[in-house]
Design a protein around this ligand. Structure first.
Ligand code: NDP
Length: 240
């Protein structure tokens, strides 16, 4: 099957930014979607706007049992699961010397355990049906480290490694890494270090809009069964 029409796709972090843009892109292409995040009112509004092919449920990706229940609910609603997009993520950047241990833990919980919880919730199904596609949103921070980004980049290097390992272990399950450069979203709004928050505004001067990443995810998902797009890296140009 080429394209995403009628494919059953689950998307995390769908309440804003890249996740929301991906929902819009895939809904336009005729996919059947089950979307999650913690802010249910946003999911409800998005699903209400896009129509009956989009269903939603609140989800905290750091809670393994909640992720399993989310996937069970999606399967009940959609009849099957073709793909999971692990997009949810947080980025409270800071210099290591600021010792923001709670924020380090949060990044590790959401960005790494969140992805692993998603993989654990769908992988037995994908193994049984001998097909399935897991798309993990990493970052250019999976390829380079920047000051204040030590822990965030570590989580994204981990997402890269986990996805690559998954690909190597299963030749009938597709695994894709999506690595965006700077995208104008709510990411980083939780930065508590004042200097780093100011620096983020500078980085955002050259940025992508989230629909660019939605199209990259759609590109990976719409390939025929025999094609696994291993990674897509998308950076902005000065024209953006
Ligand atoms: P946003 O902040 O706009 O979106 C992040 C999403 O993650 C929200 O929908 C949020 O929903 C969700 N989320 C956060 N914590 C949890 C949780 N515990 N459980 C479930 N959902 C959660 O940022 P982006 O759209 O930019 O980020 C999407 C992904 O793209 C992230 O993985 C990010 O690291 C990655 N990325 C972003 C880049 C950028 O420049 N923007 C660059 C490279 C990668 P809610 O709060 O409702 O739960």
């Amino acid at each position: 099957m080429i394209g995403v029409k009628d494919k059953a796709v689950l998307i995390t972090g769908a309440s804003s930014g890249i996740g929301e843009a991906t929902v819009r892109e895939l809904a336009k292409a005729g996919a059947r979607l089950f979307i999650g995040a913690r802010r249910g009112e946003r999911l409800k509004a998005l699903a209400g706007e896009l129509g009956s092919n989009v269903a939603w449920r609140e989800l905290d990706v750091t809670d393994a049992a909640d992720f399993s229940a989310f996937v069970d609910a999606a399967e009940e609603k959609l009849g099957r699961i073709d793909a999971l997009v692990n997009n949810a993520g947080v980025m409270p950047l800071s210099p290591l010397a600021a010792l923001k241990r709670d924020e380090w833990k949060k990044m590790i919980d959401v960005n790494i355990h969140g992805v692993l919880n998603g993989i654990a919730a769908v992988l037995p199904r994908f193994v049984a049906q001998r097909s399935g596609h897991i798309v993990n949103v990493a970052s250019i921070g999976a390829h380079m480290v920047v000051p204040t980004g030590a822990v965030y980049c570590a989580t994204k290097y981990a997402v890269w490694a986990i996805t690559e390992g998954l690909r190597q272990e299963h030749d009938d399950i597709r695994a894709t890494i999506i690595s965006p450069g700077v995208v104008e979203t709510e990411l980083g709004n939780d930065i508590s270090d004042a200097q780093t928050a100011a620096a983020l505004q500078g980085w955002r001067k050259k940025s992508l809009t989230p629909d660019a990443i939605g199209r990259a995810i759609r590109y990976a998902l719409e390939q025929p069964e025999g094609v696994d797009v291993n990674e897509v890296i998308v950076r902005p140009t000065a024209a953006g």
